[in-house]
Design a protein around this ligand. Sequence first.
Ligand SMILES: [Zn+2]
Length: 379
Amino acid sequence: MEVASYHCPSCGRNIAADRPRWRCDCGGPLDLAPGPGLSRRDIAATEASLWRYAAALALRDAPRVTLGEGWTPLVRRVWDGCTVYFKLESQMPTGSFKDRGTAVMINHLLEVGVGPIHEDSSGNAGSSIATYAAAAGIPCRVFVPAAAPRAKLVQIAACGAEVCAIPGTRQAVTEAALDAVGDSFYASHNWQPYFVEGTQTLAFELWEQLNFGVPDNILVPTGYGSNILGLDRGFDALERAGEISSRPRLFAVQAANCAAFAAAWNAGADGFVPFAASATVADGIAMQHPVRPTQVLRALRRSRGGVVAVGEDEISPALRALGARGLFVEPTAATAGAALSHLLRDGTISPGETTVVVLTGHGLKAADRIGDLLDSSVG
Ligand SMILES: [Zn+2]
């Protein structure tokens, strides 16, 4: 494939993606131009990873670093009397969906030449980047909230990355990472569009695993929205190739205690609106300032889906209910189960529809906190 190009929706500039870059010169976030699309004959069917869709990705070469990411299980379970699919993104190499985006972003950076990198993360993206940087032999620093679950910090440190723990809010962590720009390349999963290039393979996989069908509904725990943007981009690619004629409704799931998209959605806004935030056990989606709020809201509206905010008291029962079905996930991922109950109860989703619940992170990521939530049954 020839050199891909970025487009800046803020200033309209087009920029060749031929060197490491995380944003436009105007300061806005960049998008990758649309790719060639994906048809079923483009799939490398013997490749049991997301690289079976390499033909649709904006990379020049075969991947230089892979840990076998993608091609995660899609399993059926009964939930509130209704049969639905759970997509086990928790079974990625580092235990969270982030590996889709990280693997594609790191391979792009290797193609264009990159030195030391840094990233800021609530934990899962940090452990993913630290892991792939280690596999690629790139020095890496990760800025994390000091209060992040210990297992995520251990995972980052075990891969040889430097852990920079920042007290205060998630936003304070981002500001520390922005201050470090120039010392190393800011390989931000929220800014760098190759991350969304990777998360779009979630759409391809669901389509293929559903026998080249499109689900009616997809529920995704949502912090910054990279899975919502990836699904939107992926279904675009399938539509462009003439492979699908309908699109799923996308539902972003948030913790009500920190719900930027719910606030904007309920206000009917096209972009960020100020909102009050407080602590949530769903640490992976507790984001106060999404980088691409307008795009995420547009993708949700275009899909005719919506935003569901779930209360803290709903997360623990959902976590237990998932566990009782053999699905051990972190509290962040359990919000999607609670949201499914909402949407079934209010009739937004009907039992006859095909519904996919994306379980974004493994329970081992937050075993201590899950132990606290279940403390009546853990000795
Ligand atoms: Zn620009």
